[in-house]
Design a protein around this ligand. Structure first.
Ligand code: ADP
Ligand code: MG
Length: 445
């Protein structure tokens, strides 16, 4: 083996040890070392989107292997074609890449129209969404989609963003949760940078704003939102909003705003019928390496009837059980065993207290309640604290500031940071996922 090959085998070996199988297959399997010379490695990735993952998770491995084999610090260039380097698009620094390739890191590429299963329950909403993605500002402005949790509102909002970008890669699109909009506004206000805020929000082609019900009771943000809305509307720029309820039921929201919500198309999404639920399951289970019998899919579709998120959760439960037991075929019995806990705890309306979460997380990691709420920066305490913040965010309806307050009066940005950190860790740490599932079950019981 020459040095180049030795280097690459070492990289693969280290990557395999660090990542779980799924992440390895997806991010590393198709990568190639095109060349390494003068301490610069040219690495081919089959999609520019994978570069961020490499930068965040595999850079240390490349550097380590570089030192081991070449005894020096190597630099890394990513390429997205296997052409010779002169013809290839050599990579830019990530910040610049995001600007160019993906100026919209807030839009989730996995939510598309193609993988949104249509049923009678959502066909109007989907048609409206497609309509505005292809013809912004013309037919329905604003588009207002409402419905209960887990029915695909956020999915559709992102699908609009992705389609619009496909139609026009230069489109200025912002997907934002209402909570982020509020925080963004308050931050800019506090820092005396409102001009910048206006610059960002009033010069868009699309404003996609999720869960607008959270604007209720936020008087000063409502005022700013009103002006943002008008500025965009007057320029025929597309506004899309989602909400958990019909505009008529948005109390504590200024009348002039609610009125504007009804100027365009208002459409709801209702829970999917049995047939649609089976179709959704059929679609989703393709992501998993098991055979699901038709019986199993019908069975699962019969167990969860109000929320697509539960259907997905059930597939994850099955995945956990199947990987522990090394199963390849999923029968009704297996499915029933896997979802038992989820079914018992399904009354989604039971309110969970932050203190319960802190208590259970503390028990699990052997950390006291006082330590979780306190300021000690010992590693295991910090981890437990961050997990508790993450779960408080995921399992309760409390706002970020409220959660921060419950953790020894911390700032909301600390909670946001903890949430992001654990979320990122979860994406490539299966053990953590199992830990969290265990803790969640305890919290719910
Ligand atoms: P909401 O924003 O309405 O609470 P989400 O958009 O977050 O719901 O949907 C919850 C999950 O269910 C997401 O993973 C989404 O992809 C999935 N989902 C919802 N509806 C559909 C559908 N019709 N087809 C495919 N997946 C769906
Ligand atoms: Mg949502």
């Amino acid at each position: 083996m020459d040095q180049k090959q030795t280097f690459w085998s070492r990289v693969l070996q280290l990557a395999k040890a660090k990542l779980n199988q799924g992440a390895y297959d997806f991010y590393v399997e198709n990568a190639q070392l095109l060349d390494i010379a003068s301490n610069r490695a040219q690495i081919f990735l089959d999609s520019p989107y994978k570069q961020l993952f490499w930068d965040q998770n595999l850079k240390d491995i490349l550097i380590t292997a570089g030192f081991e084999i070449f005894d020096s610090q190597i630099a890394i260039d990513y390429q997205f074609t296997t052409d010779t380097p002169e013809q290839a698009i050599v990579s830019k620094p990530v910040a610049q890449l995001q600007e160019e390739q993906s100026p919209h890191p807030d839009i989730k590429p996995q939510y598309t129209f193609a993988n949104f299963v249509q049923g009678i329950n959502n066909q109007m909403a989907k048609a409206g969404a497609l309509g505005v993605a292809d013809n912004p500002g013309i037919y329905y402005n604003p588009l207002f989609i409402y419905g209960g949790p887990g029915l695909g509102k956020t999915h559709l909002l992102n699908a609009i963003g992705n389609k619009a970008l496909e139609n026009n890669p230069n489109a200025r699109i912002k997907y934002v949760s209402t909570e982020t909009f509020i925080n963004d506004f308050l931050d800019h206000l506090r820092l005396n940078k409102m001009e910048q805020f206006k610059e960002i929000y009033r010069n868009l082609d699309f404003l996609l704003i999720d869960d607008i019900q959270f604007l209720r009771n936020k008087a000063s943000t409502q005022e700013e939102f009103f002006h943002t809305f008008n500025a965009l509307y007057d320029k025929n720029k597309q506004i899309v909003l989602t909400s958990d309820r019909n505009p008529d039921y948005l109390d504590n929201l200024e009348e002039r705003i609610v009125t504007r919500f009804k100027w365009g198309l208002t459409t709801d999404i209702t829970p999917p019928d049995l047939e649609t639920r089976i179709a959704i399951l059929r679609n989703k289970c393709e992501e998993y390496p098991y055979d699901f019998t038709d019986d199993t899919l019908s069975y699962l579709a019969g167990q969860f009837d109000s929320n697509v998120r539960d259907l997905e959760g059930a597939l994850k439960d099955i995945h956990l059980l199947a990987s522990v037991k090394h199963l390849t075929e999923i029968t009704v019995d297996v499915a029933a065993e896997a979802i038992r806990a989820r079914k018992q705890t399904n009354p989604i309306n039971t309110v969970i207290a932050i203190e319960t979460i802190q208590h259970e997380v503390g028990e699990f990691y052997g950390v006291s309640l006082k330590e979780i709420k306190g300021a000690k920066r010992v590693q295991n305490i910090v981890h437990a604290r961050q997990v508790a913040m993450y779960l408080a965010r995921e399992m309760t309806d409390n706002s970020l500031p409220k959660i921060g307050k419950e953790f020894g009066n911390r700032d909301h940005t600390t909670v946001m940071h903890a949430h992001n950190k654990i979320k990122n860790m979860l994406s490539d740490d299966e053990n953590l996922e199992i830990e969290l599932t265990t803790i969640k079950n305890k919290i719910r019981n």
